[in-house]
Design a protein around this ligand. Structure first.
Ligand SMILES: [Mn+2]
Length: 397
């Protein structure tokens, strides 16, 4: 009898309990985890390098398009899109692959080369997840990317009045004088940079692009329909024609086989200067850095890195590999040299994990993205490592 009388109360409690969100703090359920067997004995439930849900470098993961309360100065955002490629598809798995390659990283990790971690540099960083993009209609997918990017650019920065270096810089460059978050996008094939430039140019005016790639991507597509001409080899031409870009852009690492001289002339016409893959041997890496810095000057700068700029020996998992590229270490040194430019965003594209071996490409891509997070925040290149070669009293080599 007693049990039957209690039944409605029990049922009501079950109904209430089912409304408690999964993420409700333990205190709300009146449980002190510090007294529970696990926490009292072993402490917090930390994710290991090989465990936990997949977010970039174990950053907090939030579906930011759904959650306007998400706080960030720098957002990681995935564009899983690969339906404008000319050769091997598979870059729709790029955001997954890069996050997977980042599992042994933490945002608070630092190297001797940088001297500081992205976290120490002050920005609040989160992984905003992937944007659900149409895999069947490219015009719609490009509009979805632009809408998502513009949404996050329009969010207030986490640092607010106490702006960090990067958000203070954003406020000084933005047409509305307001600080906007920086978004680091994980591609996707290279066409994803077109909707990004469309979005950024609304906030910052014309953008100069630093483009690391083995290919120009400034093709003049003669195809017949409005969106057939937008491919991962022609999107820069479209962005330039639409007025999103300055005449002060620069490529680095170019080594593709050209069709004709006209390709090179057209590349210049749409605002690019060319640094070839071989130029680091002929002119030296420091001169490559100097040339890039001089080219873009104090304009608003976007950095886009196609993983195929790296030699296929180090990064085979990409759609259109080209032999004879830069090493990951050379690329990382160039990135350090570019700190302090007026970066308004960056992306890493064309990782197609299906062609990878032992995750080498994903690990390289994740490492380069980690470098982006320091590069876009620091105000000047880090000094060279003061190691055994420059010990106090020792002769400089
Ligand atoms: Mn390429």
């Amino acid at each position: 009898m007693q049990v039957l009388r209690l039944l409605p109360i029990v049922l009501a409690s079950i109904a209430l309990a089912s409304q408690v969100p999964l993420s409700a703090p333990a205190a709300a359920r009146a449980v002190d985890v510090s007294k529970e067997p696990w926490t009292s004995k072993y402490g917090s439930q930390e994710d290991l390098g090989y465990s936990g849900p997949l977010s970039f470098s174990h950053m907090p993961y939030t579906r930011c398009l759904d959650d306007a309360s998400a706080q960030f100065d720098i957002a990681i955002l995935g564009f899983p899109f690969d339906t404008t490629v000319s050769y091997r598809p598979g870059a729709r798995f790029g955001p997954y692959g890069i996050r997977s390659g980042s599992r042994r990283q933490r945002p608070e990790g630092w190297t001797l080369a940088w001297g500081k971690s992205p976290v120490e540099l002050g920005a609040t960083m989160i992984d905003c997840g992937d944007v659900p993009l149409s895999a069947y209609d490219n015009e719609k997918a490009l509009d979805q990317m632009e809408a998502a990017y513009t949404t996050l650019l329009g969010r207030p920065v986490a640092s607010g009045a106490t702006a960090t270096g990067i958000t203070a810089r954003s406020a000084s460059l933005a047409l509305d004088g307001v600080a906007h978050p920086a978004i680091v996008t994980l591609g996707g094939d290279h066409t994803i940079t077109l909707p990004i430039l469309r979005s950024l140019s609304k906030y910052y005016g014309k953008i100069s692009v630093i483009h690391f790639d083995s290919h120009f991507d400034t093709g003049k597509s003669g195809n017949s329909t409005k969106y057939e001409r937008v491919t991962h080899g022609s999107y820069f031409t479209v962005a330039y024609e639409e007025g999103c870009m300055t005449d002060r852009s620069v490529h680095g690492g170019i080594r593709q086989k050209m069709r004709d001289q006209q390709s090179v002339r057209h590349d210049e016409e749409v605002g690019f200067q060319v640094i070839s893959a071989e130029d680091i041997d002929d002119y030296g890496l420091d001169n490559v850095v100097k040339a890039i810095r001089e080219r873009v000057g104090d304009t608003a700068v976007y950095l886009t890195l196609d993983i195929d700029v790296i030699d296929p020996a180090f990064a085979p998992a990409t759609g259109t590999p080209e032999a004879g590229g830069w090493t990951v270490r050379e690329m990382k040194r160039i990135l350090r040299g570019l700190t302090g430019l007026n970066f308004v965003g960056a992306d890493l594209v064309e990782v197609a994990p299906a062609y990878d071996n032992a995750d080498v490409t994903s690990i390289a891509a994740a490492d380069l993205v980690h470098d982006f997070l320091a590069m876009i925040q620091m105000s000047a290149p880090p000094p060279k490592h003061n190691g055994p070669f420059l010990m106090k009293g020792a002769q400089e080599l």
